[in-house]
Write a protein that binds this ligand. Structure first.
Ligand code: KIV
Ligand code: ZN
Length: 515
């Protein structure tokens, strides 16, 4: 069987970012992009440049920094969108513009209010415009699965003639089922007269839980690019998960006649980085990157695995980057070892003071916790990055009393722009009391949308990593905090979220209302 190359197009920083609360700063995008490049992802969709000045800057910075992957910017099929995307990707070694317009009857009539002929005309004009900036132009007929196949054939032939070199078929609303979707890809490839001039790609949403299955059905029918995200992040129920697609084709080489170029050992570090940055935890039973993905609990399984790993394991944990909680550093580790390990995990320091600050946090942690794992370092860095430049509110002290049969109370001292203020409150539990005590001082008026605690490693000395999502006036932010004391971690995450409300200038806001 011959092995074609399957192109991996990562859209974590564009479609993934469109999940409520998952917006990323330019620096966060850069960090993710560097790790994606190290993983050898072929195309990185870094954002939607016209959506905001922040997103434009983010795409441009990624285009400047990334050398080995193609950097892509999204644009609606309009001249101004395409021009903005063209400017943003200009510094890239290899840059792509991805332009799209809806083609389903419902989207054309109700959303665009355009006749099919106008849609074709606009798509062709956008592709031609994009070709002024790069030869690498991708076109997507949005809501393709609910579009008429004859119309898809017509518009796709026209955009290929206009210069599109990748044709991406999105299942925008997650409506497809695998057999039907695979057949659609086959039919389009067979019926579009100039289909051989383009690579066929797919972009599946997970509303019915079939995004990965649909993508793989398309691959079996000739798609040679998959659009996907780390941890399946994305609008609503998310996109097809990168790690599941990549490992499916790698593990089942007997059924797929293609493979990716990915260094799969970077999958788990990438998953952690994205989870830490966005504050979206990974469910323990998530395939490939969930904490239990390689854990065997049942005695019969454990016995089998000890005798021969292949009895119950179809992949090797180390091939996807699980370090099996390898002890990496301890109290006596030096700065160089610390810096080198962080570099491997995708963290680099642009200033000496940043390294000094991170190293002193590491030493504090090593005093409390003797064994420091990769997960601890990642949490430490994520927390440090989340807090960088946002210290309008600082947690100075927290004391919580919680006893059987008594109402928990919390006493908190915060520094508000350097001025200390204290407050206290009762609550349903120690975390609730702490949050109320903080609110008694700041009166932010925000609503708690999500609170989640995750043990970073195993053992009772594990750090707890807390995500707190707050909403205020329609704006959603995620705060992060980590500590060996989970009440303190919770308070830190709440304070971190508040700081994002107060100083969030460069956070990108990707959604455009009328797309
Ligand atoms: O889901 C979708 O249709 C998209 C397009 C922009 C490709 O994200
Ligand atoms: Zn999408």
């Amino acid at each position: 069987m011959s092995t074609d190359r399957l192109i991996v197009f990562d859209t974590t920083m564009r479609d993934g970012e469109q999940s409520p609360g998952a917006s990323m700063t330019r620096d966060e995008k850069l960090r993710i992009a560097r790790l994606l490049e190290k993983m050898r992802v072929d195309v990185i969709e870094a954002g939607f440049p016209i959506a905001s000045p922040g997103d434009f800057e983010a795409v441009r910075s990624v285009a400047e920094a990334i050398k080995d992957s193609t950097v892509c910017g999204l644009a609606r099929a309009s001249i101004s969108d395409v021009d903005r995307a063209g400017e943003a990707i200009a510094p890239a070694n290899s840059g792509r513009i991805h332009t799209f317009i809806a083609t389903s009857p419902i989207h054309m009539e109700k959303k665009l209010r355009m006749a099919p002929d106008q849609v074709v005309e606009q798509a062709v004009a956008a592709v031609k415009r994009a070709r002024r900036y790069t030869d690498d132009v991708e076109f997507s007929p949005e809501d393709a699965v609910r579009s008429e196949t004859d119309f898809l054939v017509r518009i796709l032939e026209a955009v290929i003639d206009a210069g599109a070199r990748t044709i991406n078929i999105p299942d925008t609303v997650g409506y497809a089922v695998p057999e039907q979707f695979g057949a659609l890809i086959r039919e389009l490839r067979e019926r579009i007269p100039n289909a051989d001039k383009a690579v066929f790609s797919v972009h599946c949403h997970n509303d019915l839980g079939m995004a990965v299955a649909n993508s793989l059905a398309a691959v079996m029918n000739g798609a040679r690019q998959v659009e996907c995200t780390i941890n399946g992040l994305g609008e609503r129920a998310g996109n097809a998960s990168l790690e599941e697609i990549v490992m499916a084709v790698r593990t089942r080489r007997d059924v797929f006649d293609c493979d990716t170029n990915l260094d799969t050992t970077q999958i788990v570090p990438c998953s952690r980085l994205v989870s830490n940055i966005t504050g979206f935890p990974v469910q323990p039973n998530k395939a490939i990157v969930g904490a239990n993905a390689f854990a065997h609990e049942a005695g019969i399984h454990q016995d089998g695995v000890l005798k021969s790993r292949e009895t119950y394991e179809i992949m090797r944990a180390e091939d996807v980057g699980w370090s099996r909680n390898r002890l990496v550093l301890g109290k006596h580790s030096g700065r160089n070892a610390f810096k080198a390990r962080l570099k491997e995990l995708g963290y680099e320091f642009s200033h000496e003071e940043e390294l000094n600050d991170a190293f002193s946090r590491f030493k504090d942690l090593a005093d409390k916790k003797h064994e420091i794992f990769d997960e601890d370092l990642q949490a430490l860095m994520t927390e440090a990055n989340a807090q960088a430049g946002s210290d309008a509110v600082k947690l100075v002290a927290l004391k919580v009393c919680s006893a059987t049969g008594e109402v928990p109370t919390a006493h908190v001292t915060l520094a508000l722009n350097g001025e200390e203020q204290s407050g206290q409150a009762e609550g349903d539990g120690p975390v609730d009391a702490s949050f109320r005590a903080i609110e008694s001082i700041v009166a932010s008026g925000s609503q708690l949308q999500l609170y989640s605690v995750n043990a970073i490693t195993s053992g009772t000395d594990s750090q707890g990593e807390v995500t707190t999502r707050l909403e205020r006036d329609g704006r959603i932010v995620n705060g992060l905090g980590a500590d060996t004391d989970i009440i303190i971690a919770s308070a830190k995450s709440y304070v971190n979220a508040l700081n994002k409300f107060y100083s969030d200038a460069d956070r990108t806001h990707p959604q455009l209302g009328d797309v």
